[in-house]
Design a protein around this ligand. Structure first.
Ligand code: AMP
Length: 113
């Protein structure tokens, strides 16, 4: 797997605005926010994308998903929020390290663009 910017953020080689961290996940503010709150959540065990989660154990994937929920709770998004996984070319994925976008702080639109 290629070494991505998120690998470097996880290794603390480049700075990021970390909002939540535990044994399973790292959550940091997106550098180009699309909502008042926009946080990226990555698992500490790497997969290259949502479409590569089969490479991880169900236990690790489950702990990742619970980590996304814990990060959202930490952000205090009581009015609700959106979780987005961009996948591949059509999904506009730009970083080959699976990441959940947590978006909140405003009313979302539907359908998404
Ligand atoms: P995606 O397009 O789903 O792959 O999302 C990648 C996201 O990473 C984009 O929303 C970028 O704004 C964000 N991003 C890229 N570099 C950084 C960085 N150094 N720190 C925080 N977020 C970043």
């Amino acid at each position: 797997m290629e070494d991505t910017i998120f690998d470097k953020i996880l290794r603390k080689e480049i700075p990021s605005d970390v909002v939540y961290e535990d044994d399973d996940v790292l959550a940091f503010r997106d550098i180009n926010p699309q909502a008042p709150t926009h946080v990226v959540v990555i698992p500490k065990s790497k997969a290259a994308g949502f479409d590569r989660l089969q490479s991880l154990s169900p236990e690790v994937v489950g702990r990742y998903m619970q980590g996304v929920a814990r990060a959202a709770e930490k952000l205090g998004l009581g009015e609700g929020y959106r979780v987005v996984f961009n996948v591949g070319r059509h999904g506009l994925q730009t970083v080959a390290y699976v990441h959940a976008h947590l978006l909140g702080g405003r009313m979302m639109g539907w359908p998404p663009g």
